[in-house]
Write a protein that binds this ligand. Structure first.
Ligand SMILES: Nc1ncnc2c1ncn2[C@@H]1O[C@H](COP(=O)(O)OP(=O)(O)OP(=O)(O)O)[C@@H](O)[C@H]1O
Length: 749
């Protein structure tokens, strides 16, 4: 496929070259005006490539991109921030350019450089409508909706100064030209949003009986029709789904929709499934935001749309719901929350919500945040409404997020109670492919450090890839730092494990699986080979902030050692690096899995904790030590076992055999596969009477030819037995159909 970039002579070459040479964000280009100015100025290293530029003339350039139409995905590959910035750097720079600013909670507020303050509604006012993220420098002008990176902003300010301009046109920053495929996809999404929205019915147009039925189905009997109307909620009959609109932009136009559908599971309990158009990664809607007044200073942040409606109805307080619930608080939303002096986080009624609220409050600024601690009398807002509790009182009783350095047991007793009362949730996310790991380790918890070792070439990368994939498929935001094998090879392994088959033999299925794989919350660092520990740690921190990464895998530690000062003793160096990783996982709340090679042992001896390369520091600092044991048997050469040699959580250790399947590269046992298949079939039989969102959309003629986000989000979680919940939460993606023409007996991931 060829993609055409039509750019101006001087500008085009430098623009392309500068972007690639200096790794500037590819999604942003400057308009020719800005580039020409920058080139004339020629002091900016980012644009100083004059030798490449034949000056002046207009010309068109056609760049070969690739012969296959890959989608440009800026999010899944994480580039190391070239110059990590601090808030002090940002402030210093703004002062040097005489830009006034106010220090906000997560952002600095400055007058927008994209508004003419001499005309119109902005005349004479100093409008502090430009928000600069204190951690990344990313900016957004809330009035003109111009946004960009810190480098973009710096360049704009340079141009303004040079040209002695008071403001810039909002069109100075141009979007990256989209490929035909991308444009088509966007258009399809737009059509799909419009189609769903226009065929969805406002509650006022449903009969009383229907309203009653829908409310019962979604357990929103206590949410009044007036509240549903106020929030613009509709009902989409073909999939029996609630439709939550995303109104955004200056004109408050429809940007997208979220559908919540209900299905009865095998045991008769209702499970809820969510889907969004556009896809979840770009669905940046704070549901309820259009109802918040400019002067409101307090807000209740919830994890679900129904919770926001419950809070709003019961307390009259402004409330907004996060687009991806407890999974992420995208920094792009932070400017919209800056106006609030007090933010109460009431994300749900379980431990996962509690963990998420503690992490999100750091992004929002601890001082203004207070948290509703889940508990028997403090369930999620909707449940609280159903139980007739006083929601206003619960909000008022929320506890400040900023913790003190010294606490007494009195302050800890509720935390301790929470841990005792919710042992299952405290134990973390369970593996669906490794029940034995659940038995021994109990689960995968945030903030822990796992050290993993095994003989050379025994399958460490292959195993940990499936181990991480399993968690990622359950919504654990995951990032790989694969220094040994490149990202393409690693992604190939993971995709094979995801599809559970040799895709080489079924290339016609590639796109089907790749589409689903693409929707996993999975990111890769772009490092390869020897790396500097600081660069890696900076990237990890960056990723935790941007994507709420909660599991990082480093393969392997030895690649961190080469670049450091060779005069330092290598054991001391390794200890220093392990110390830094330990600090990172504790402070960021992100689980780190670190692969370390063993020291040289005699071939026939089993490895043990002491076999880990280096001093005892690695095993001392680790919360968990996992060892891939390899038995050198002639009869069974591929036999491996996984040993849990340390488990700080509850002390249980043990070993269990792994069954390697060479075609799917998986270690899951055959028996388990059968179980999975049964479950899927079970769900499908059960689902036949309650059609899946995908099936019904198709029947209703609403599904577009190419599958889009509406179905993808859930399909990656297809294998999981539908979680049955009483309330519409914690059950995302529980059930969904499959419309792929499938050979008999094909396994689902
Ligand atoms: N249990 C197994 N039996 C046979 N082959 C396996 C097994 N596990 C992995 N392999 C294969 O062995 C090769 C090496 O696997 P992998 O790269 O995961 O090992 P590793 O332990 O990470 O290697 P290194 O020590 O170089 O880091 C791969 O081709 C993989 O498919």
């Amino acid at each position: 496929m060829w993609r055409c970039l039509f750019l101006e002579g001087t500008a085009c070459l430098s623009q392309v070259a500068a972007r690639s040479a200096h790794k500037l964000p590819p999604q942003r280009c400057f308009s020719s005006f800005l580039i020409t100015t920058l080139l004339t100025k020629r002091h900016s290293p980012r644009f100083a490539i004059p030798s490449l530029c034949p000056t002046g003339q207009l010309q068109a350039m056609t760049l070969p991109i690739c012969c296959r139409s890959y989608k440009r995905d800026t999010k899944s590959i994480l580039e190391f921030p070239v110059d990590p910035i601090t808030v002090a750097d940002i402030k210093h720079y703004l002062r040097s350019k005489a830009v006034p600013f106010n220090d906000g909670y997560s952002c600095l507020h400055a007058p927008s450089i994209f508004l003419d303050s001499t005309v119109g509604v902005h005349a004479g006012k100093e409008n502090f409508t430009m928000f600069i993220d204190k951690t990344t420098g990313q900016f957004l002008c809330k009035e003109s909706l111009v946004e960009g990176s810190w480098e973009d902003l710096q360049d704009c300010l340079e141009v303004m100064q040079k040209e002695e301009q008071a403001f810039l046109s909002p069109h100075v920053l141009l979007g990256y030209p989209e490929s035909l495929e991308e444009q088509e996809e966007k258009e399809q999404e737009f059509q799909e949003v419009q189609r769903i929205w226009s065929s969805a019915v406002p509650f006022s147009d449903l009969s009383q009986e229907e309203v009653h039925l829908v409310k019962t189905m979604f357990q929103i009997g206590k949410i009044s029709n007036a509240t549903l109307k106020k929030f613009g909620v509709r009902f989409f009959k073909p999939t029996k789904a609630l439709v939550f609109p995303w109104f955004g932009g200056k004109d408050c136009s429809l940007h997208g929709v979220k559908l919540l559908s209900a299905q009865r599971t095998e045991n008769g309990v209702v499970a809820y499934t969510e889907a969004t158009v556009p896809r979840a990664s770009t669905y940046n809607n704070l549901f309820g935001l259009p109802l918040v007044g400019r002067m409101d200073t307090e807000v209740v942040l919830t994890g679900q749309e129904v919770d926001t409606m419950a809070v709003s109805q019961a307390t009259g307080l402004p409330s907004v719901a996060l687009p991806r619930g407890v999974n992420a608080l995208p920094p792009a939303l932070l400017p919209y929350l800056e106006q609030f002096k007090r933010v109460t986080l009431w994300l749900g009624g379980d431990m996962r919500s509690w963990e998420a609220s503690k992490i999100f409050s750091r992004k929002l600024g601890l001082k203004r945040c207070s948290l509703v601690r889940p508990g028997e009398f403090q369930p999620c807002p909707l449940e609280a409404l159903v139980q007739g509790r006083n929601l206003a009182r619960i909000v008022k009783a929320s506890i400040p997020a900023a913790h003190r350095s010294i606490v007494s047991f009195r302050q800890l007793r509720e935390d301790v109670y929470g841990e005792l009362a919710n042992t299952e949730q405290v134990a973390g996310v369970k593996w669906s492919r490794f029940p034995e790991l659940n038995r021994i380790m109990k689960g995968h918890r945030k903030g822990e450090l796992t050290v993993f070792t095994g003989p050379t070439g025994s399958g460490k990368t292959t195993f940990i890839s499936e181990f991480a994939l399993d968690l990622c498929m359950q919504g654990v935001n995951t990032m790989w730092g694969s220094f040994e094998i490149n990202n393409v090879r690693l992604a190939k392994i993971m995709l094979t494990q995801f599809a559970m088959q040799r895709l080489e033999d079924n290339l016609e299925e590639y796109d089907w699986w790749a589409d689903r794989f693409e929707d996993l919350p999975l990111y890769f660092m772009t490092f390869h080979g020897q790396q500097n520990i600081k660069a890696v740690l900076d990237t990890m921190q960056h990723a935790v902030y941007l994507y709420d990464i909660s599991h990082v895998i480093i393969d392997n530690l030895q690649f961190m050692m080469g670049q450091e000062n060779l005069s330092v003793d290598k054991f001391a160096l390794q200890d220093h690096i392990i110390g830094a990783f330990r600090k990172f996982s504790t402070e960021s709340g992100c689980h780190l899995t670190l692969i370390i090679h063993p020291r040289k042992e005699e071939d026939d001896r089993e490895l043990q904790t002491a076999s880990i390369f280096g001093t005892a520091k690695a095993s001392q600092e680790a919360d968990n030590v996992l060892i891939l044991q390899e038995k050198k048997l002639v009869t069974c050469p591929g036999r491996r076992s996984l040993q849990v040699a340390k488990n700080r959580f509850d002390g249980d250790v043990g070993i269990f055999p792994l069954e390697f399947n060479k075609s799917s590269l998986t270690f899951s046992t055959l028996e388990k596969g059968k179980q999975k298949l049964r479950k899927v079939k079970g769900d499908k039989v059960e689902g036949a009477e309650n059609e899946t969102l995908r099936d019904t959309l198709k029947k209703a003629g609403t599904a577009v030819k190419k599958e889009t986000a509406i179905t993808k989000e859930k399909l990656v979680k297809l294998d999981r037995p539908a979680k049955a919940t009483k309330t519409p939460r914690a059950s995302k993606g529980a059930a969904a159909g499959k419309d792929k023409p499938e050979p008999e007996g094909k396994k689902q991931p």
